[in-house]
Design a protein. Structure first.
Length: 495
């Protein structure tokens, strides 16, 4: 694939003029919408996915009441691009938000000193594609679209689309400037620093010593529901908690369930990371369960669409995605395939398991369809999932695409782009021009590269991928030496 894809104007390209926010009201039976997106939760990190080593009773119950999508893809193997895709319905490549914010020089070259010669980043030829550190104001969010037809809109948790300065207090970059009436703890930060209060964020400083952030944010979500539940208009709530992101922390009460080890003073000894992660997942389940119970207790369950998902695969070292390969930052299934469930009684099949390939951009058109709002299909890179969830239809597309022209924070992945058509998945590597082709139906763990045995199929898929990259005006990796030092935070090393 050429590193310099030619510019091309495509007739079906998304046009701002036809994608303005709606101005007319929708039907009186519009549902409330609660969109829960966990941070760094892997495909196999909850019990409904078949993991017997984790305790998630609230998610087990939600799965029994929901359609569970087993081939759902985060739009990127890292957080910020997926969040941008979820909130706009546009692919990260089109938004030009393609790495976790901020992209840094340290991801592309190793520091000097002991061990640096063995660092996979040392002396790499390629640097990143150009990627924005903010969500552009020219893009319309689903919150703005729903607010225009009368929805109350609330945001609780992690935003991570507000620039490279994690301490900024510039609210023009925060959720309240993108259609949300209420914003609680949404800012530029990628992680909270600690999950133990007192929490100290630029716009959220709360909690008594030792209180647990997932519980605090769950209570904030319940408070928001209580503030709008009696309004004649429905509400749209994003609960995007910072859990289960690094640092891997749970409460002492949860640690007691997972370890018998004690310090010399008799207190519970902090367990290793995988054990802490299991405890953290149970804490996440408890927090989400608090919000789900609030919907039940207030009589809102029947007319509320609930979505539960994650922004990318699990952090390497916290858990494993077996039978999937790899984790966060990789374009293998473990980095991009994550849990997803949709519950809306009477509209989503309860207890159903669906293997239709779906992706983050699907949420915006799905929410509009649920709200009865007409929209142009060409305005989004996703499709309405309600027909699939109800069992009454299928999607029009035959392929899903992802583009990650960066190294992740760990620097161990390859820059790449993928296309999946049916069970076949093609991966193009930008940094070494390698190719991979897998049949996910027969090889879910991506161990048997079919590229050399099926070159014709791979070439056809590469052609589809290249056309999509051109259509979305995707930015591509550049030679390391050609990138201005001022473009990324940190120090660009002279070679």
């Amino acid at each position: 694939m050429s590193y310099m894809l030619r510019p091309l104007l495509v007739a079906g390209a998304i046009a701002a003029s036809s994608c303005a926010v709606p101005v007319a009201g929708a039907a009186a039976t519009r549902p409330n919408i609660v969109f829960v997106m966990i941070d760094d939760l892997g495909w196999m990190d909850i019990h409904p996915q078949g993991n017997e080593n984790v305790v998630t009773p609230n998610l087990d119950r939600l799965a029994q009441q929901s359609t569970r999508f087993t081939n759902y893809y985060a739009a990127a193997p890292v957080c910020s691009p997926t969040r941008a895709a979820c909130i706009t319905g546009l692919a990260p490549a089109r938004l030009q938000v393609t790495n976790h914010i901020p992209d840094r020089w340290s991801f592309y070259d190793a520091p000097r000193g002991q061990g640096a010669k063995d660092d996979p980043r040392r002396g790499r030829e390629w640097g990143p594609a150009k990627s924005l550190h903010v969500l552009g104001k020219q893009h319309t969010t689903i919150a703005q679209r729903l607010k225009a037809v009368g929805y109350n809109t609330g945001f609780v948790g992690k935003w991570h689309l507000a620039g490279a300065d994690w301490q900024t207090t510039d609210t023009s970059l925060f959720p309240e400037s993108f259609g949300f009436d209420v914003n609680v703890a949404g800012n530029a930060m990628g992680g909270p620093g600690t999950f133990y209060a007192p929490i100290k964020m630029p716009n959220y400083q709360k909690g008594k010593a030792g209180e647990y952030l997932p519980n605090l944010l769950a209570e904030e979500a319940v408070d928001y529901i209580d503030s709008v539940k009696d309004d004649s208009n429905p509400f749209f709530l994003c609960l995007w908690p910072y859990t289960v992101h690094y640092p891997i922390e749970a409460t002492p009460e949860l640690y007691k369930k997972y370890t018998d080890e004690r310090n010399v003073d008799g207190t519970v000894k902090e367990p290793d990371m995988p054990t802490r992660y299991r405890a953290m997942i149970e804490g996440m389940d408890q927090a989400v369960g608090r919000v789900l119970r609030a919907l039940d207790e207030r009589g809102l369950r029947e007319n509320t669409l609930v979505v539960f998902t994650s922004d990318n695969g699990q952090m390497p070292g916290a858990s494993v995605a077996d039978p999937l390969r790899a984790g966060k930052g990789y374009l293998y299934e473990g980095g991009i395939r994550v849990p997803m469930m949709m519950r809306w009684p009477g509209h989503c099949r309860a207890g159903a398991v669906d293997n239709t390939p779906t992706i983050s951009m699907d949420f915006a058109p799905t929410f509009l369809a649920a709200a009865g709002v007409a929209y142009e299909h060409s305005c989004f890179d996703g499709e309405n999932l309600l027909s699939v969830a109800s069992g009454n239809g299928s999607l029009q597309r035959d392929a899903v695409f992802l583009h990650y022209p960066h190294y992740c924070y760990h620097g161990k992945n390859d820059m790449g782009s993928i296309v999946r058509i049916g069970d076949l998945k093609y991966i193009h590597h930008w940094d070494n021009d390698d190719h991979e082709l897998y049949d996910l139906g027969a090889d879910l763990g991506e161990r048997d590269n079919l590229y050399a045995r099926r070159p014709g199929v791979a070439e056809q898929m590469r052609t589809r991928l290249e056309a999509w990259l051109v259509e979305t005006e995707a930015q591509l990796p550049r030679p390391y030496e050609s990138i201005p030092a001022s473009e990324l935070p940190g120090k660009k090393r002279v070679r």
